[in-house]
Design a binder for this molecule. Structure first.
Ligand SMILES: Nc1ncnc2c1ncn2[C@@H]1O[C@H](COP(=O)(O)OP(=O)(O)O)[C@@H](O)[C@H]1O
Ligand SMILES: [Mg+2]
Length: 239
């Protein structure tokens, strides 16, 4: 079976600046991938490149067997890529419901299903984007991506800046999307513990290239390796 997504020696960046350097990774149908690495290594740029928002200098991106390296960004959403941006980018002057319906595309996910999945959004349906808490904004950003009926969900530091109780709830929701709904996902995270718990495979980036690749569970179990790759102290695991 061909991979769902394949990055083959992708070199990309902004203008003349190279950020991703011959990047290689792939995702199988329905699998989830953690993309880990310190600040500034190119995690967001990887997602931006997948969405068609950077300059690709060389290499090939394949989506379900098709070469999409030069495909315009709006056609990538149509092809099944659902992006949840790092800044969430909720429309502040639209209501929750308008934020959701404005991007809707036909498929199994509709307003009712998104509200069933995030009951909090149903309660807040008439509130404006700028009246939401950080956790609610993140639910809305994910709900909006679901309304486009993606096959692959791209999450850029979904837990950033959220209270621990909200982080736990969101982590459960995201895991449920993969396990029960069969969605594939890329979860970009600086903090590896949760990301490794919610994914099948993991890659670690350094300066735009992959320095480790393997099952998430194996990496989570190897504290010495995690410490070497990411500077994660043992104490983070003791709690
Ligand atoms: N729009 C941009 N134009 C130019 N350089 C950028 C842009 N966005 C990010 N960069 C640079 O690309 C590198 C990787 O950034 P980024 O992908 O945001 O890293 P991460 O998400 O891992 O923190 C950084 O050196 C950053 O300064
Ligand atoms: Mg980033």
């Amino acid at each position: 079976m061909p991979e769902m997504l394949d990055f083959d020696q992708v070199t990309a960046g902004y203008g003349n600046a190279v950020v991703l350097d011959r990047l290689c990774f792939s995702i199988a149908q329905g699998q989830s991938l953690a993309v880990l690495g310190r600040n500034g290594v190119g995690k967001t740029t990887l997602l931006e490149t997948l969405m068609g928002n950077t300059r690709v200098m060389s290499g090939t991106i394949r989506w379900r067997g098709d070469d999409i390296t030069r495909r315009p960004a709006h056609l990538r959403v149509r092809a099944g890529l659902g992006w949840v941006p790092q800044e969430r980018e909720v429309f502040p002057s639209l209501t929750v419901e308008e934020n959701l319906t404005v991007v809707a595309r036909p498929g199994p996910w509709n307003l009712d299903r998104v509200y069933d999945f995030f009951p909090r959004l149903r309660e807040r349906r008439a509130n404006y984007g700028n009246q939401l808490s950080g956790g609610e904004q993140q639910m809305l950003a994910i709900g909006r991506a679901l309304m486009t009926n993606p096959a692959l969900l791209l999450l850029d530091e979904p837990m950033e800046g959220l209270a621990p109780i909200i982080v736990e709830e969101l982590a459960r929701s995201i895991r449920r999307l993969c396990e029960s709904e069969g969605l594939a996902s890329i979860v970009v995270e600086q903090h590896p513990v949760l990301a490794l718990e919610m994914t099948h495979q993991a890659i670690v980036l350094e300066r735009g290239t992959v320095v480790h690749s393997g099952p998430s569970a194996d990496l989570a179990a190897d504290v010495a390796l995690l410490d070497r790759l990411l500077g994660v102290g043992i104490e983070e695991f003791a709690s």
